[in-house]
Design a protein around this ligand. Sequence first.
Ligand SMILES: NC(=O)c1ccc[n+]([C@@H]2O[C@H](COP(=O)([O-])OP(=O)(O)OC[C@H]3O[C@@H](n4cnc5c(N)ncnc54)[C@H](OP(=O)(O)O)[C@@H]3O)[C@@H](O)[C@H]2O)c1
Length: 339
Amino acid sequence: MPDVPAPRTGGSSATPELRRLGRSGLAVSTVGLGCNNLGRAGTATQTQEGSTAVVHVALDAGVTLFDTADSYGARPGLSEELLGVALGVRRDDVVVATKFGMDVRGLHGADFGARGSRRYVTRAVEGSLRRLGTDHIDLYQFHTPDDLTPIDETLSALDDLVRAGKVRYVGHSNRSGWQIADAEHVARARGTERFVSSQSHYNLLDRRAELEVIPAARAYGLGVLPYFPLANGLLTGKYTGGGRPQDSRLVRAKPHLLESAPWERLDRLHAFCQERGVTELQVAFGWLLAQPQVTSVIAGATRPEQVVQNVGAAAWRPTADDLAALDEIFPAAEKVALF
Ligand SMILES: NC(=O)c1ccc[n+]([C@@H]2O[C@H](COP(=O)([O-])OP(=O)(O)OC[C@H]3O[C@@H](n4cnc5c(N)ncnc54)[C@H](OP(=O)(O)O)[C@@H]3O)[C@@H](O)[C@H]2O)c1
């Protein structure tokens, strides 16, 4: 299947271009805003004021995709609440994506671990609509597979939500290749809504999505939304050369990732950037946006200036020579030979 063409391109460095999300009619900006920092303890976005500042700068910069989940925030649901208030009257100008299916500590009542069940999904959506202050969710994503519930039950429940106008499109996240294929064929056989997007861990430092998720997304026309696109900040360049900003996520909350980071590769990335006169941020965004099926890079941000930098960085596009050099530094994940 050929790559999905963009309906409108040519965005300037100040305005991200739009791309279709997979084979769907939903167009989203190539830079989205990941909202798992909204309501995150210890960040400038833990408050409504801090969240609104980031969201408003994103809106003004032309970001049209806002990705949250019912599980995000210091308490489940908080990110959705902060996003809903921050968007306010501009809600209909953008695509609101949220998720269900992670453990939300009883937010939607007892779930018995079956968070893909009809019983659970129909309750979860009402909570997300209320917290977001909206009457519909543009993209409702099944956050992680539920081993207890057959996928046909989840698809049937999601189909009802689309028919009821509560949800416009459905997507999934953290699914393996076979699970993506299974969901696609069950939906086709039953005539229910098909998933239009796949959200997976994917960045220069972790290319495992290329083994199964990207090929499956390509085969079924799904848009890919990479999460951890900046590897929690490692790919921004701010830690390279021994930098340890005290107010950053990795210093504050994930120091083990700094200890285990592949510094030799990150130093080579720095040299690559110096030679070409680009920044690490440009490479992190531009490389992902050059990969098949990748629709939007939903980087998180804790400060408004990060959003401005990220939107600017996303305009860079690597040449074939750049891509080959990056393959040398960050090799693709190894396929396991079966025969
Ligand atoms: N489906 C899933 O299971 C799943 C899992 C994880 C995330 N997600 C989604 O994916 C989104 C992106 O992931 P993420 O936000 O966790 O990770 P990320 O995009 O890899 O890293 C974002 C962090 O990098 C730092 N940063 C961002 N822009 C920067 C800039 N211009 N300069 C310097 N630092 C910058 C910020 O942290 P500091 O300022 O604190 O350093 C920011 O919080 C999430 O918001 C969420 O919507 C989905």
